[in-house]
Design a protein around this ligand. Structure first.
Ligand code: GDP
Ligand code: MG
Length: 205
């Protein structure tokens, strides 16, 4: 029996300190949250999600946290150039974590230098929606979606790392987008034929 082709994709998670980058990675991959997590085995920088099934492919999603010391760019410039997608995270209860997204988005593109910045796969997660039943949130879903629309229709998910809400859907979505984008880069998408090159008469010269 032949194995389905396996694709390895690298995601980078960006967001202010405390928005939940480490927590959501651990919850998504290890199904573990907060205090229960053994501090000595808590990964600093990356986790790996194996065997994500996307159509007829198996995907290994490597998720990197650029926050060894919660300083943007702590992974180094070269690192960004190998990223297949970027997960932006903010805390729906903390306005400044939302305000900083413009900067993170812009800085990421500057460092990653993707072939086509307009097509590079981003996703935005509005996290910690569980807190106080949503009563202390300061960024509305509408506002977040407007930001996403203005950045070229970035997909948006509301999540809770604590309650494992929407993480599978969010990461599957970004993995799928990254795979499609990688296919387009490596396999090439057919170029549109310029009108001047098109023969409308069906003649063979
Ligand atoms: P990071 O600095 O972005 O890596 O953030 P952490 O993952 O270390 O999380 C910061 C704090 O927020 C920790 O005390 C977490 O337990 C807490 N936290 C993370 N995600 C959630 C969530 O979804 N809900 C709640 N209530 N707390 C969370
Ligand atoms: Mg962290």
């Amino acid at each position: 029996m032949s194995m389905p082709p396996r694709t390895v994709l690298k995601a980078i998670v960006l967001g202010d300190t405390g928005v939940s980058k480490t927590s959501l990675m651990n919850q998504y991959v290890h199904k573990n949250f907060g205090e229960q997590y053994n501090a000595t085995v808590r990964p600093d920088h990356w986790v790996t999600k194996e065997d994500l099934q996307i159509d007829d492919r198996l995907v290994t999603l490597q998720i990197w946290d650029d926050a060894g010391n919660d300083r943007f760019q702590s992974l180094g410039d070269a690192f960004y150039r190998f990223a297949d997608c970027c997960v932006l995270v903010y805390d729906v209860n903390v306005m400044c974590s939302f305000d900083t997204l413009d900067n993170l988005h812009e800085e990421f593109l500057k460092l990653a230098i993707p072939q086509d910045p307009d097509k590079f796969p981003f996703i935005l997660l509005g996290n910690k929606i569980d807190i106080d039943g949503g009563n202390c949130r300061v960024v509305s879903e509408k506002k977040a979606k407007e930001w996403c629309a203005a950045k070229g229709n970035i997909p948006y998910f509301e999540t809770s790392a604590k309650e494992d809400h929407n993480l599978d859907a969010a990461f599957l979505s970004i993995a799928r987008a990254a795979m499609t984008n990688q296919d387009e880069i490596y396999l090439g998408v057919p170029e549109a034929v310029p009108e001047t090159d098109q023969r409308g008469d069906g003649c063979v010269s």
